[in-house]
Design a protein around this ligand. Structure first.
Ligand code: FES
Length: 149
């Protein structure tokens, strides 16, 4: 092969490489927006959330419990016999039934499998493996606000 043929061959390889690279870049530039569209970004769940309960503070009688909606799940507001307010997720930690307040026993009870929690949300008998998730409370005037985060 002559020196001139080698130069032509090198030139062809360079042109082929450039064309191949350009097509690769073009392909990736077309694929990227499609992939971004098809794979939605992960949205972080807000770390804080609050809800104003529909009951006025004065309406809540001692030794009672109320179920409310907290995000898409139930929550439970308990006013103890001593008048103290507490709020928890009302989702049983066993198999996610909704718990309820039992006035006669002053505890939180899950009817599904007879799980029992004390008024601190601690699992005290039955199958629930963990305490209820505690929620924060804020009382502003006569309004009761429940928060997480
Ligand atoms: S779901 Fe509550 S005790 Fe089983």
């Amino acid at each position: 092969m002559s020196q001139q043929d080698e130069q032509v061959d090198r030139g062809r390889r360079a042109v082929n490489w450039l064309l191949g690279s350009s097509l690769g870049v073009l392909f990736v530039s077309m694929l990227y927006p499609i992939a971004k569209y098809l794979i939605p970004p992960k949205l972080a769940e807000p770390t804080t959330f609050s809800v104003t309960l529909p009951w006025k503070l004065a309406e809540l009688k001692a030794n009672s419990g109320q179920i409310f909606r907290f995000r898409s799940r139930p929550g439970i507001l308990v006013k103890t016999a001593a008048g103290e307010l507490r709020a928890f997720s009302a989702v049983c930690t066993h198999l996610e039934c909704t718990v309820q307040y039992r006035e006669e026993r002053q505890d939180i009870w899950c009817a599904c499998h007879n799980g029992v929690y004390d008024l601190n949300g601690k699992n005290v008998s039955g199958p629930p493996p963990r305490p209820l998730e505690a929620l924060k409370l804020n009382v502003r005037g006569d309004q009761v606000i429940v928060m997480k985060g």
